[in-house]
Write a protein that binds this ligand. Structure first.
Ligand code: SAM
Ligand code: F3S
Length: 453
């Protein structure tokens, strides 16, 4: 059985697709990049913005034509936020080419369908899955075993925050933290298969444990994960300004394997817009948080998300966002144009009144501002040495990231995959850095010992 998975959207979807691939291979599946060769094709969807939904529609039309043509036996799965935790009966009518609908993070329906069709013992599959989920252990798909350097591990599913613009709580459900033991087991199994870096994921990752009575918090989880043998780096995202406490910041600063990189969205630099977005913090509080992060991690980097063109955002209110970013000089800003999402508070009660061309103008203004800021930050790295974890070989160069999450390219004859190397930065652009290896690399770990159950 050959399977093909196409993933749209965030790192959480990438993690869900990885687990799905792992489970399909337990049923004897082998991955293929060619959908025409596949017996099973799955689309993992995102609905955060209309553009992501449009891409899903395009894929489903193509697959529909394939099924109506010479590939009638193809089993099609639709997974993720388009389906949602509660499912959506309208989808079956809209997309008759889909055989199985899968909520986010749960591949059971597809596994049972394949087990049925292949006359595998469904109950045995279900028991094996429950067992694996309780263990937390994850066997990497064959194509990634010994090659995947950086992996994502969900630690909190869903979100209970309900920002006015956001559809995620409707589709991914209430916040649910995974048990520490399960996360630790998954991390250990990934490290044993060659993964050197993990990123712990949650919509508000620093609310980890808040949904469990006397539950552990993110700082405690980080201390546990930090002890994973073979793991070189740990990251976590996304943080929310209201939950980044000093204990967490001290933990990040103190533990050497935790990278000094924080992703903490601001969304707007204007207090009225923040209030209308239901974000529950002010610009002053966000500014003070950035100051605290910089005290704890003076050499760290900070990324944020911003939405431009939220309902009612005036030119002056947008200018407040522009001014805040100009003042804070963050390392990375993910800029999104507001897109009304069905069912959200803003879509139901606010008018999407900023014209498309004005949203684009605001997006571009922030993009241009940020390009200048990042060029300045990166130029300061010229001539410096940066520790890079090498992820892969891309267009004739080795590619990896610094601890502060900056992309670095360098040349070398040797296979450097999964090594930690010191690179001297020789060129700096706004989106990436280039460098060269000094005479010797440092801290290169021993060759990968790949042990797979
Ligand atoms: N939990 C994070 C936080 O506290 O902001 C963000 C998670 S959200 C799924 C990821 C990003 O998508 C948001 O930061 C926001 O910038 C963007 N986003 C969410 N809903 C959006 C919408 N309706 N229109 C445009 N961008 C949106
Ligand atoms: Fe969305 Fe806000 Fe949660 S942006 S994922 S509702 S923190």
């Amino acid at each position: 059985m050959k399977y093909h998975i196409h993933t749209i959207g965030c790192q959480m979807n990438m993690a869900d697709s990885l687990r799905l691939a792992s489970e399909l291979e337990k049923l004897g599946g082998a991955s293929t990049d060619e959908i025409g060769e596949a017996d099973v094709a799955v689309l993992n969807t995102c609905v955060v913005r209309q553009s992501a939904e449009d891409r899903a529609n395009g894929w489903l039309q193509r697959v529909g034509r394939l099924k109506n043509g010479d590939h009638a036996g193809l089993v099609v799965g639709l997974m993720g936020c388009l389906v949602g935790v509660k499912g959506n009966p309208k989808l079956a009518r809209a997309f008759p080419q889909v055989d199985v609908f899968l909520p986010p993070s749960d591949p059971t329906a597809l596994l049972n369908c394949i087990a049925d069709r292949n006359q595998l013992h469904v109950e045995r599959v279900a028991v094996a899955r429950r067992h694996a989920a309780q263990d937390g252990e994850l066997t990497l798909p064959l194509a990634q075993r010994g090659r995947l350097v950086s992996a994502h591990v969900p630690v909190v599913y869903g979100c209970s925050y309900a920002c006015a613009f956001c559809i995620v709580p409707f589709r991914r459900g209430m916040e649910r933290s995974r048990p520490v033991g399960e996360i630790a087991a998954e991390t250990r199994s990934l490290a044993a298969q060659g993964v050197r870096e993990i990123t712990l994921l949650g919509q508000i990752v620093d609310r980890y444990g808040c949904d469990v009575k006397d539950g552990p918090d993110l700082a405690q989880l980080l201390r546990v994960v930090h002890e994973t043998p073979g793991l070189e780096r740990i990251r976590f995202l996304t943080s929310h300004p209201n939950y980044m406490n000093d204990d967490l910041l001290r933990t990040v600063a103190a533990l050497p394997r935790i990278c000094e990189h924080i992703e903490v969205p601001v969304q707007s630099g204007n207090n009225t817009i923040l209030l209308n977005m239901r974000r529950d913090y002010t610009v002053e509080q966000y500014r003070s948080l950035i100051g605290r992060i910089r005290v704890h991690m003076p050499a760290g980097s900070i990324a944020c998300d911003v939405i431009v063109g939220f309902p009612g955002e005036s030119a002056a209110q947008f200018q407040d966002t522009h001014d805040l970013l100009a003042e804070l000089k963050l390392d990375k800003v993910h800029i999104a144009k507001y897109s009304p999402r069905p069912g959200t508070l803003s879509a139901r009660h606010m008018v999407d009144d900023v014209p498309a061309e004005e949203k684009e103008r605001r997006r571009k203004a922030l993009d241009d501002l940020q390009a200048g800021i990042v060029a300045d930050i990166n130029n300061r790295l010229l001539g410096e040495r940066a520790q890079v974890l090498v992820e892969d070989f891309h267009r004739g160069k080795w590619r990896g990231r610094t601890r502060t999450n900056k992309l670095v390219f360098f040349e070398d004859e040797r296979d450097r995959t999964a090594e930690l190397v010191d690179v001297e930065i020789t060129w700096a652009g706004p989106w990436s850095l280039r460098g060269r290896l000094p005479d010797a690399s440092v801290d290169a770990p021993p060759p990968l010992a790949v042990t797979v159950a």
